[in-house]
Design a binder for this molecule. Structure first.
Ligand code: FES
Ligand code: FES
Length: 257
């Protein structure tokens, strides 16, 4: 038994326990063994092992009771006024806060999703004064006084926005993560198209009159900033097409978004 252990230690080329003990013992009395040192340093690090008992106690006393403790409030917060989903808000925000984080973390409006956080997926799309933007790229402070519409603000009570109803009707989603961004983007897109905004597909919008007839290719192009990982594009296009053809769709779009 002894010889087996002894052979293993010798074979790794390391000195045995007894030769290391003088280096590890903090006091002549020797309360720390090599085995205890290794076990302790594995969980606390060498500094933790070597810290004196009084120092360790004071460090423990100074540590926060819980990692969930609220971060210290920023002294550089600035005032921000926003009208969100028809309701006026007077806010105090860190100037670095994005509109997306403000909506989700500070205003408890988690319907707007964070996908890439880099302006690449469109999951965070909201409407600012009726125009669609990627809220992950927008500093909240830049929109002082603006009117923000999120997915939570599109319905009127129990009456869904026509775009919401069309997405349900045409199965324009699977997991739903991209859906709030898709719907807000589609609402903003129809408004843009109604105002004659050009696209890569429509060569000259001046020839089509004030309202662009949206082919499926046009819808796909104009919605290309919104990615759906589930590939629900056929349903999304069908939903947008249906709403674009609704009677008085332009008036509805203007009044509701
Ligand atoms: Fe904003 Fe992806 S989260 S574009
Ligand atoms: Fe799942 Fe679009 S429905 S990402």
């Amino acid at each position: 038994m002894t010889s087996i252990l002894s052979d293993e230690r010798q074979s790794d080329g390391l000195p045995d326990d007894t030769s290391l003990l003088p280096l590890l013992l903090p006091s002549p009395a020797g309360q720390l063994t090599r085995r205890a040192f290794l076990a302790e340093s594995g969980t606390t690090g060498i500094a933790g092992v070597l810290a004196s008992a009084p120092m360790a106690a004071s460090v423990a006393a100074a540590a926060p009771a819980s990692s969930n403790a609220a971060p210290p409030s920023s002294s550089s917060s600035v005032a921000l006024n926003l009208r969100v989903n028809g309701k006026q808000h007077a806010l105090e925000v860190d100037p670095r806060t994005t509109l997306l984080d403000l909506l989700r973390e500070q205003m408890a409006l988690p319907g707007t999703k964070k996908g890439c956080d880099h302006g690449q997926c469109g999951a965070c799309t909201v409407l600012i004064n009726g125009r669609r933007i990627n809220s992950c790229l927008a500093l909240a402070l830049s929109y002082d006084g603006a009117e923000v519409t999120t997915i939570e603000g599109l319905a009127r009570g129990n009456e869904l926005h026509p775009m919401q109803a069309a997405f349900i009707k045409h199965d324009g989603f699977q997991c739903g993560y991209c859906t709030s961004g898709q719907i807000c983007s589609a609402v903003g897109m129809l408004r843009e198209a109604g105002q004659g905004a050009p696209s890569h597909v429509t060569a000259d919008v001046r020839r089509t009159g004030p309202v662009v007839q949206l082919s499926d290719t046009e819808i796909r192009e104009r919605m290309s900033g919104n990615i759906c990982r589930c590939g629900a594009y056929p349903g999304i296009v069908a939903a947008v097409r249906e709403v674009s053809l609704m009677p008085r769709a332009g008036a509805s779009r203007r009044s509701r978004a």
